[in-house]
Each structure stands twice: as C-alpha cells, then as structure tokens.
Design a protein around this ligand. Structure first.
Ligand code: KIV
Length: 283
C-alpha cells in the first residue's frame, strides 16, 4: 500500500524544485475512490462537479454542504492513500467567516483532510480563519464554476494582460493567507505559467496548460462515462459509456433469451427438500 499523502507533502511539490507533478482526480463514492487511489493519484477531490456529472444539474450551484459531506464520507470510508480534499459548495463560505469555519468543519468530520474554495482576494478572511482553525485550504482561481452567472457562462479567464496580472496577484494573496495549493482552471497556458512561477505553493491545472505543478481532471471525463461534448482540455482515457451500454445490452439479451441466469448462477436445494416441497405443494 502506498504511504498516505499529506498536506505538507503536497505543499512542497513544486516542479521547479525537482518534484514530480501532482495528480488529482475527482471521485464521489467508494468504488470511484478505490479506483482513483489504486491508480496512484496523490489527491482525491470530492468536487462540487458532482452536481453536473452525477446529479444531472446544469451547473454546480445546486449542491449543499450536506451533499458534499455525504459524498466525502463515502470516499473517506475507503481509507485512501490519496489526500481527500472536499469542495466547499457555493454559499457555504460566502455569508460569514463563522459559517465558513463551521461548514468546513462538517466536511472534515465527514472525512476530508482539506477543503477547496473558489475565488481570490474576497475570500482571504475565510481562508485565514480556516487556516487558523487548522483546516488546510486549497484555492481555486480562473474559471471558477460557482461564478457562472457573474462570468456570463463558463468562460476562459485572464485573457488580457491586466486580468492575467490580477490572477497572479490573487494567487500570491491566497498563498500568503495560507493556501497549501491552488487550482488554476480555464486560463491561458502562459498565464498559468506566470502564476506558477509567482507562488511557492503548487498550482494544479485544469484547462491551464502544461506549466503547472500538477493536473486535475474529472473522473467521468477521464473514463468517458458520458458522450456529451467535453471542453477541449479533457482527454478521455477510456470509453466506459460504450463499454457499459454494451455490457448491459448483453445482459438484457441474455435475460430475454433465457441465457441468464444459468443453473450454476442459482442456489441449490437438497433433493429431499425439493421432494418435500412437492408434497407440500400437493397438499
Ligand atoms: O468540482 C470539481 O471537480 C473541481 C475541479 C474541476 C477542479 O473543482
């Protein structure tokens, strides 16, 4: 079994200092967490993407702290070697510092070893309070899906020089406030490279090009569990949607033809008991 990945170990993983890139994948339940862990990922993110890839919503705004706690607990029960990071859903860290800490604590009690939240300077009081409460925080900048309405859609961020410099500034502020890593989502590759060079904590990219200290993808995207149009940064490593439909079609064919179940797939009964059943049936 691989040794447990910890927050301090992740914090030290800067590629420029000779570290291997970090690998993070999402998972939302026990079988998914076991697969991600056996694949050797450093971190499992219980992402609020669960809203879109599992629960069928169009955005991430519908999931609550209880939803994330429920999925975090399922992942944590597998006792993975990977670090378990739970997403703080929209409105769980926006109202007050006190509410933020209480909500994050419920994710820790569900089994998270760290939490992730979206946004820059406006989140600094929340990040500082969490760190003061000994709750490790991962930042998330760029295309932050919880801002979908404010951004006017899921749009690449930091495309002009000023916006790129603002991202660098926000990343530095998050790192200074105590974030142990920062997700960079949907930003041009040169911007991600600039941010990565500007902070001493690892950056983890998704749609942010190769010059980050690690990469994260969503479980369902990597495995091709859906055939919906995916963003250009998604690389599908399998087509489990087709494999799954084929397997279930074969099951349906076997049921309809009588090929399933076979005698060996049923339970036997002693001959005298079968005989006795016949006797009772006749009575
Ligand atoms: O919710 C999620 O899956 C995420 C990743 C895309 C970084 O936040």
């Amino acid at each position: 079994m691989a040794s447990k990945c910890t927050v301090p170990a992740v914090r030290d993983r800067k590629v420029t200092q000779g570290a291997d890139p970090l690998v993070m994948l999402t998972a939302y339940d026990a079988p998914g967490a076991r697969m991600v862990d056996q694949a050797g990922a450093d971190m499992i993110l219980v992402g609020d993407s669960v809203a879109m890839v599992v629960l069928g919503y169009d955005d991430t705004l519908q999931v609550t702290i209880d939803d994330i706690a429920h999925h975090t607990a399922a992942v944590a029960r597998t006792r993975p070697s990977a670090l378990v990071v739970a997403d703080m859903p929209w409105m769980s860290y926006h109202v007050s510092v006190e509410e933020t800490v209480r909500n994050a604590a419920s994710l820790v009690r569900a089994g998270a070893q760290a939490v992730k939240l979206e946004g820059g300077r406006r989140r600094l009081p929340m990040v500082e309070a969490l760190v003061a409460a000994e709750i490790p925080v991962m930042g998330h900048l760029g295309l932050t899906p919880q801002s979908v309405n404010a951004m006017g859609g899921f749009k690449v961020q930091g495309r002009d020089a000023q916006a790129a410099l603002d991202l660098v500034d926000a990343a530095k502020a998050l790192a200074h406030a105590g974030c142990f890593a920062i997700v960079l989502e949907g930003v041009p590759s040169p911007v991600a490279a600039l941010v990565t060079g500007a902070v001493d904590v690892p950056t983890i990219g998704i749609g942010a090009g190769p010059d980050c200290d690690g990469q994260v993808l969503v479980f369902h995207d990597v495995l091709g569990l859906e055939h919906r149009v995916a963003p250009k940064f998604v690389r599908r490593y399998a087509d489990l949607h087709t494999a799954g439909v084929d397997a279930m079609s074969a099951f349906a064919d076997d049921v309809r033809s009588g090929a399933f179940p076979s005698i060996d797939e049923g339970y036997r009964m002693a001959d005298d008991e079968v005989e006795a059943l016949g006797l009772y049936g006749a009575a």
